[in-house]
Design a protein around this ligand. Sequence first.
Ligand SMILES: C[S@@+](CC[C@H](N)C(=O)[O-])C[C@H]1O[C@@H](n2cnc3c(N)ncnc32)[C@H](O)[C@@H]1O
Length: 220
Amino acid sequence: MTAQHNYDHERELWDTYAESAKKDVFESDTLFRWTQYGDHGPGMELLGNPESVLEIGCGTGRMLAYLAQQGIKATGVDLSPVMVRNTTERWGPMGAQFICAEILDHLRRNFETYDAIYSIFGAAWFSDPKKLFPLVRQRLNRGGSFVFSQPPAIPGAYGPQGMYKGGFAGPAMFTYRYSYTPRMWESHLRMAGFEEASVQVLEAPTPGHIGTLIGRAVVA
Ligand SMILES: C[S@@+](CC[C@H](N)C(=O)[O-])C[C@H]1O[C@@H](n2cnc3c(N)ncnc32)[C@H](O)[C@@H]1O
C-alpha cells in the first residue's frame, strides 16, 4: 500500500490461509465460478474466448485447473509459497502452471502477455488498483479482458481497508483490501487505459445476503 508495505508479513498470513485451505486443494475437484455461492452467477464466458490466461492471487488453483482442462494455457501467480507448492503438486499434472510471487513485482519484471487476466477474490482485492490496473492493462493482448470479483464495499468505507488476522492479540498479522463503489472501480479501470469498463454488484441468491462485485474491462 505504502513505501512501508511489508509483503513478508502478508506472505506469512497467506501461508496460514494456505494450510487451512489444504483440503480445498487436495480433496476437491476443479470448478469455475466468480461468486461465493455455488451454482450462482456467470461462468468462464466473461473471459471471452482466451487461448491464454493469468490468474492473479490464484489461491487453491481450482479455477485455473478448470481452464487448463479446457485446453487453455493457464498460469497463476500467488504470494504464498505453501499454496504454490500444494497447487503445483495437485494441478500441475493437468497443465496449470503456478508461480510464487507478489503480483505487482511479478508484472513489473515479466513481459509475457495474455488473452485474459482475472482475479476471483484474489490479488485485485488485495492490491492498490492505481498500481495494479495499469500493469494488467500492459500485459493483455489486443481484445483481451480483465475480470475480477470480490465482495462489494461496505457503504462509506472506501479505499484501502486494513485487516488484522486473528484475535487482536499477539504478533500483528495484517493485510489490506481495496473497496470502492462500482463507479469508482470503473474510473480506476479507465484511468489505467481500459477502453471499455463495467463494474456491477450481482445480488446474492438469497435476498439481503452479501452480493458479489464483478468488474470487466477490455483492451480495444
Ligand atoms: C482469498 S484467497 C484466493 C481465492 C482463490 N480464488 C481461491 O479459489 O482460493 C486470495 C489469494 O490471493 C493471494 N494474494 C494476496 N495478495 C497477493 C499479492 N499481492 N500478490 C499475489 N498473490 C496475492 C493470497 O496468497 C491468496 O492465496
